[in-house]
Ligand binder design. Structure first.
Ligand SMILES: [Zn+2]
Length: 247
């Protein structure tokens, strides 16, 4: 943590999951009525081996991204409430399981957001590592390239997301662990806390003395070690909670 911000004020870490973005129109694919429960084949589109080895999966994956709401979605009240907390001078770090970039779109500086599962807003070449904007790749798809290749080297392009079968970036994960352990308040919002290792951050924070607050519609495995569990809708509950923390 840099020493130039909120000297002496408690560090608030926020772990966000899919539930924070549903009000922005982004469906929770893993949720009870999520796409992956209804269409198991859909999971192949975001599974690394299938994606790398099957051009047809890549074509379908690009079409899915073209049709997805993630790139046009706007931040909602919950994202904005986190920005308001940061602007009130409270040291804030967000650790997110989401790839939609909505925390930054709401105005949170990049350096205060750790994207555990990467970002759907960028595209990476799997051969040379060149990074470009997803919009650019989707424009090529719209223009008729159904599986656009890297313009530098011809390699396979994929979004800069962590697909099934890929490991999390160890550096990003290490930073998340440091933040969880250093936090005074750890708010887990819109996450079922069932996907590891992200979920274990909540336990780590509690073990290191943080006040753990869980905001989620459904029960989580960490409810028992939480100081507070809030079941109200995130769009109302989170602004109220963070407003209290800003005082
Ligand atoms: Zn390349």
């Amino acid at each position: 943590m840099s020493s130039d911000e909120g000297a002496g004020r408690p560090l608030v870490a926020i772990l966000s999951g899919a539930g924070i973005s549903t009000d922005s129109g982004i469906p929770d694919y893993r949720g009870p009525s999520g796409l992956w429960r209804r269409d198991p084949d859909a999971e192949k589109l975001v599974t690394y081996d299938f994606y790398m080895n099957d051009p047809d999966i890549r074509r379908r994956s690009w079409l899915m991204r073209r049709d997805s709401a993630a790139l046009t979605a706007r931040p909602n009240r919950a994202h904005e409430a986190i920005v308001a907390l940061e602007r009130a001078g409270v040291p804030v770090r967000v650790i997110t399981q989401n790839v939609d970039g909505l925390h930054q779109a709401a105005g949170l500086p990049d350096r205060k957001v750790l994207e555990l599962h990467g970002s759907a807003r960028s595209v990476l070449c799997t051969r040379c590592g060149a990074r470009t904007a997803t919009e650019e790749a989707l424009a090529r798809v719209a223009a008729g390239e159904d599986d656009p290749a890297c313009r530098e080297c011809g390699g396979i392009l994929k979004t800069a997301t962590v697909m099934f079968g890929q490991s999390l970036d160890p550096e990003v994960l290490a930073q998340a662990v440091t933040i969880a352990r250093a936090s005074d308040v750890f708010v887990a919002v819109g996450s079922s806390l069932q996907v590891q290792p992200a979920a274990s951050l909540a336990g780590m924070a509690a073990e290191h003395g943080a006040r753990l607050i869980i905001v989620n519609a459904e029960p989580t495995p960490y409810d028992d070690v939480a100081s507070e569990v809030i079941r109200e809708p995130i769009g109302e509950a989170l602004p109220a909670l963070l407003d209290g923390l800003a005082r």
